[in-house]
Design a protein around this ligand. Structure first.
Ligand code: KIV
Ligand code: ZN
Length: 509
């Protein structure tokens, strides 16, 4: 099968994404994962752009073995020298030179006429060849360039020694049919095109980066430039995981392969997200947290009967252990019964029915259903879980020069009780006052807060994990006041502990 060269530019175009700047050691860590993925080319940076980027590219060139290491350069001597020097330590090195060929770029940005651009492009390639035989040329903004001029530049840079000509859709303007036709036309109209590999580099401004890249592949492109998670300038670049999985999954259509070890995709996505701080949207194809999750009852039932009813890829192919059946208000009894079995409950048909009814009531109220919720649901039986203690009110005093203190008032069946306690902060003081009243001694081992609505008056949902007597319980509550949400979440956990340990603890109330 013919192979598509995967040119990864996460560390160059990806890093150009606003707010994504990476330190040299972080670039190296990502480069190591790109080696595990088995990419063919790593574009490690734009060496002339800063001393830090030069050092990062050089360190990758020195330490990373396997892929070709590439540095970007404008068609300017000092850029090419800098890129040449930075990639020098690599066994296989490439210099990628670029110069814009569209009218708007030539007239307003470069202020140069066609003849001069063609001459500079060829000179740039010839100069880069002094540093390495592997030179790539990009006519920037190719998709908006006059075709005849584009053919001329491509022919001249190939004659000057470019082994790869990369056709960028720099501003993400192209439409798949049109971009595919452009690649076909280049193949048919550039006399010496057989001496170079045609590459494509598509941006995602219209959300078409991957579609354009695949259309190009269908029409003869044999290198694709892409990034992990699709990060990159503005709306990003074509996403590597989407391109690779499309070529793999629709092999019937493409008849091509990549060398990518797809089982490393998920790890690569997590790493890039962690180091760049760019969160992956939940519904992102291939690597989003919902990409292999099913909530709708009909889908869950289908997947349980035969995975391929609703999954075109196996999660294992990208390095995930399994798909997930998310229990929520859309779930059906099949998935619910499966989950209960996994949690260790053996339920008869009527028992499943009863538990499922209670589950649906809970799912209507709660966005996320955790295992603990299901356990509580089972322990409650038909009776329902009634909270022993309810928060009546609280008051906290805290400040930079004050010891935080809280007054808490709780109600139980036997009346109202109050307590005052000091703590490390207002939340801690509230929890200590709750401990005093409920005579529990819980250890808060996890605390998280998440905004569940937007704006200044956002509703904050607090989740706590409390450990007492070797048992962990989760408490949850939401409020626009974070201290109140925290106190209520802690009390929710305490109530669960009391409920679980009720008989043994004999809590005095
Ligand atoms: O988008 C673009 O045109 C580029 C070039 C440098 C290839 O990133
Ligand atoms: Zn780009």
């Amino acid at each position: 099968m013919e192979k598509i060269i995967i040119f990864d530019t996460t560390l160059r175009d990806g890093e150009q994404c606003p707010g994504a700047s990476l330190e040299a050691h972080e670039k190296l860590e990502i480069a190591r994962q790109l080696v595990r993925l088995n990419v063919d080319v790593i574009e490690a940076g734009f060496p002339v752009s800063s001393p830090g980027d030069f050092a990062a590219v050089k360190s990758i060139a020195r330490k990373i073995k396997g892929p070709v290491i590439c540095g970007l350069a404008r068609c300017i001597k000092k850029d090419i020298e800098s890129a040449g020097l930075a990639v020098k330590p690599a066994k296989n090195k490439r210099i990628h030179v670029f110069l814009a060929t569209s009218k708007v770029h030539m007239k307003y940005k470069l202020k140069k006429a066609e003849d001069e651009i063609a001459k500079l492009a060829a000179e740039g390639v010839r100069y880069a060849r002094k540093f390495t035989d592997d030179v790539e040329f990009s006519p920037e903004d190719a998709s908006r360039s006059e075709k005849d001029f584009l053919y001329r530049v491509i022919e001249e840079v190939i004659s000057a020694g470019a082994r790869t000509v990369n056709i960028p859709d720099t501003v993400g303007y192209a439409i798949p049919e049109e971009f595919g036709a452009l690649i076909r036309d280049i193949n048919n109209n550039v006399p010496n095109i057989g001496r170079a590999v045609i590459s494509v580099h598509c941006h995602n401004d219209l959300g078409l980066g991957v579609a354009n890249s695949l259309a190009a592949v269908k029409n003869g492109a044999r290198q694709v430039e892409c990034t992990i998670n699709g990060i990159g300038e503005r709306a990003g670049n074509a996403s590597m995981e989407e391109i690779v999985m499309a070529i793999k999954t629709r092999n019937d259509l493409f008849g091509l392969s990549t060398g990518i070890k797809t089982e490393e995709i998920y790890k690569a996505s997590r790493l890039v997200s962690k180091l760049t701080g760019l969160v992956v949207q939940p519904n992102k194809a291939i690597v989003g947290q919902n990409a292999f999750a099913h909530e709708a009852g009909i889908h869950q039932d289908g997947v349980l009967k035969k995975r391929t009813t609703y999954e075109i890829m196996s999660p294992k192919e990208i390095g995930l252990s399994s798909s997930s059946l998310v229990l929520g208000k859309h779930s059906g009894r099949h998935a619910f019964a499966e989950k209960m079995k996994k949690l260790g409950y053996t339920l008869s048909g009527p028992e499943v029915e009863k538990a499922f009814e209670r589950f649906k009531v809970l799912a209507d109220k709660k966005k996320f259903i955790y295992d603990e919720d299901l356990e509580t649901l089972m322990e409650e039986g038909a009776g329902g879980f009634s909270e022993t203690w309810k928060l009546v009110s609280f008051r906290t005093v805290a400040g930079t020069d004050e010891t935080p203190v809280a007054d808490v008032k709780l109600r139980s069946k036997s009346g109202i009780k109050t307590a005052e306690a000091e703590g490390d902060g207002p939340v801690d003081a509230c929890c200590k006052a709750i401990d005093k009243i409920t005579k529990t001694k819980g250890e808060m081992i996890d605390y998280s807060i998440q905004a569940v609505t937007r704006g200044k008056d956002a509703l904050g949902e607090v989740t706590v994990r409390v450990r007492a007597k070797g048992k962990d319980v989760i408490g949850k509550a939401a409020s626009t006041d974070v201290v109140e949400a925290s106190a209520k979440a802690y009390l929710n956990a305490v109530n669960k502990l009391i409920h679980k340990e009720g008989k043994r603890l004999r809590i005095e109330i």
